[in-house]
Design a protein around this ligand. Structure first.
Ligand code: SF4
Ligand code: SF4
Ligand code: SF4
Length: 245
């Protein structure tokens, strides 16, 4: 019998599920190996009988907590896809303001009809087996992880900083041009795509393990910065780390 997989969305733009759907050829191959039983963005049929759950979006309401717990109870393997579900992502920017103020800014006079709690990654509520942070999720990583799970192998993920891929791509360093970049502390795997396209790294793949001891942090030191300085500067994806300390 084919494993049953399900996709669930929480707070986010759902761009990660769209990114999975964009992978048309590989998705057709994947359908030969699994049954997709729940995928709101792609199909109307729904089933609560699944083996692997892929989660898109952060947890940001009390009802989200109950829902993710029920999914965790059912799924043998739970995987977060994208920065929102894996890191909290952009949703955590609201955590730096009082929740009542946030509701008023967004809903105005109708704020009383809504509830909200500080946004958090899925791992802050239930155990997560694997995470694929990136905004949107890296579809090649998604396919590779799914293949590994189907083969019963442990999925690998890089534990070196984006700087390594940036140098391999022969990019000039953003710091040398007077800018700032989270590449020295961010987990590689995206091919340094943002720098290659003329921007800097915003940290959407989360931190490498032990960012304070990786050799690329020397780039920050050369420019008079510390890992802590950079995390404050780049709350956009990693704000949860700051507020959850
Ligand atoms: S990680 Fe990015 S693309 Fe995915 S849901 Fe969040 S904001 Fe959207
Ligand atoms: S700091 Fe940014 S621009 Fe400089 S090498 Fe690292 S990833 Fe590339
Ligand atoms: S370069 Fe940085 S911000 Fe851009 S995709 Fe890679 S990790 Fe994310």
């Amino acid at each position: 019998m084919k494993p049953k997989i399900a996709f669930f969305d929480f707070t986010g733009c759902e761009g990660c599920q769209l990114e999975v759907l964009n992978f048309e050829t590989e998705l057709v191959d994947l359908l030969n190996l699994v049954d997709i039983v729940n995928f709101r963005e792609a199909m109307t049929e729904r089933s609560d009988d699944y083996d692997i759950a892929f989660i898109d979006g952060a947890i940001s309401t009390e009802s989200d907590i109950a829902r993710i717990k029920a999914i965790r109870d059912q799924a043998k393997i739970l995987v977060t896809i994208g920065s929102c579900s894996s890191l909290g992502g952009v949703n955590c920017l609201k955590n730096f303001y009082p929740m009542k103020e946030v509701l008023k800014i967004v809903y105005g006079k109708d704020a009383k009809y809504y509830n909200t709690i500080p946004a958090r990654p899925v791992s802050a509520v239930v155990p997560v087996d694997y995470s694929l942070p990136q905004c949107p999720v890296n579809r090649f990583e998604f396919i590779n992880l799914t293949k590994a799970l189907l083969l019963g192998k442990k999925p690998e993920r890089p534990n070196y900083p984006v700087c390594v891929e940036c140098k391999l791509a022969e990019n000039g360093c953003v710091f040398d041009k007077g800018g700032t970049c989270l590449g020295p502390v961010t987990r590689a795997g995206c091919g340094a795509i943002c720098i290659t396209n003329g921007r800097h790294c915003w940290g959407c793949r989360g931190l490498v393990d032990e960012p304070n001891i990786n050799s690329e942090k020397e780039i920050l030191k050369e420019h008079g910065l510390t890992v802590e300085d950079m995390l404050k500067k780049f709350r956009i994806y990693d704000g949860w780390l700051e507020v959850s300390k």
